[in-house]
Design a binder for this molecule. Structure first.
Ligand code: NDP
Ligand code: OXD
Length: 310
């Protein structure tokens, strides 16, 4: 019986070495070298690559090599019925994401770009900056990533509020849930950080109307998925002076086309989907543990709810 890597963007050899260190007798195969399709019990996927799953009659587990599963959900019809899909919940990814969100927040609040411009002019000037506890930061999505980023930002002294689908209780954070609370949630935020999964409910969520609910001067940070922002609406909200700018790790089309206006906008900073990178060394042990559970007939961990979409 074998584990098959069918992710076209993954360095299969690197993952094979790490898996075989965890499970020495593992038969690890890398597509297109599939061998007998009846041998395949588990598949590693990332990107759109699910066509072949139907060929594996003994498939018992699909592991997404990412935290977000929108790429798999886009091909949900190709997931064989009853086969669980797992995702990554990895402390190294969480730590990287929190670090990136803190960086984006501080660059805005402590006026990094303005000070850099002054530096280039050899000007020794003082600019006004807010006191942490006078600053409200809103985190959209209070799951593995949003939950940790909000914890660290609250510990830094900011007023932090979090928004989720279902109710959450936190001592350090004001919690909101449900779409009907979104306007109230966004209204006082100086910085809005998006850490939501991409689902039909969250696609285009940040648009002219919801930007309008944000206070004048708010800064938007998106580390989740590009399709959650309506690009033209973001540019219009910044150009009108309503929003102060945006820091975007993710975009609608990745890599972003050369002529995309985000490249040229002075108040928008983009990154290349690097806020939290998948580190094979830290991710393999959890997938290997799930593989062992699958072999032992035990329930898997980090299973995605296919109906909820995340
Ligand atoms: P989780 O599934 O752990 O958390 C998702 C959170 O979003 C939950 O709090 C959930 O609510 C909330 N949510 C989902 N749908 C809605 C909705 N319709 N309305 C309000 N809240 C909603 O995900 P993670 O924290 O692990 O990851 C979040 C996303 O980050 C990933 O899906 C991925 O897209 C992105 N990501 C980006 C990376 C990068 O490098 N830029 C790296 C890794 C991930 P509830 O608590 O009620 O379930
Ligand atoms: C992920 C990502 O979902 O890298 O893991 O965006």
């Amino acid at each position: 019986m074998a584990l098959l890597c069918i992710s076209p963007q993954t360095n299969g050899e690197e993952w094979r070495d790490l898996f075989c260190a965890e499970i020495p007798d593992l038969d690890f195969r890398i597509a297109p070298e599939i061998g007998n399709p009846e041998d395949i019990e588990a598949a590693l996927v990332w990107g759109r690559s699910l066509d072949s799953l139907k060929d594996f009659p003994n498939l018992k587990m699909i592991a997404s090599l990412g935290a977000g599963v929108d790429h798999v959900m886009a091909e949900r019809h190709l997931i064989p019925k009853g086969v669980p899909l797992t995702r990554l919940i990895d402390p190294a990814m969480t730590a990287q994401m929190t670090e990136w969100c803190v960086m984006a927040t501080l660059n805005h609040l402590r006026r990094w770009d303005d000070y850099r411009a002054l530096h280039r002019q050899r000007r020794w000037d003082e600019l006004a900056v807010p006191i942490p506890w006078d600053t409200t930061i809103g985190v959209l999505g209070m799951g593995e990533l949003g939950g940790d980023a909000s914890r660290v930002l609250a510990a830094m002294g900011y007023q932090v509020r979090g928004w989720s689908r279902s109710p959450r209780e936190r001592d350090d954070i004001t919690c909101f849930h449900g779409h009907e609370t979104l306007q109230e949630f966004l209204a006082p935020c100086d910085v809005v950080i998006c850490l939501l999964p991409l689902t039909p409910e969250t696609e285009d969520l940040l648009n002219a109307e919801t930007f309008g609910w944000m206070k004048r001067g708010a800064h938007v940070v998106n580390a989740a998925r590009g399709r959650q922002i309506v690009d033209a609406d973001l540019i219009a909200a910044i150009d009108s002076g309503h929003l102060s700018g945006a820091t975007l790790d993710v975009q609608r089309a990745e890599p972003m086309p050369d002529d995309h206006p985000f490249w040229y906008h002075p108040r928008i900073m983009t990154f290349a989907h690097v806020a939290a990178l998948t580190v094979p060394r830290t991710c393999v042990p959890q997938i290997a543990a799930n593989y062992r559970r699958m072999k032992a007939g035990q329930p898997l961990e980090n299973v995605v709810d296919l109906d909820r979409g995340y």
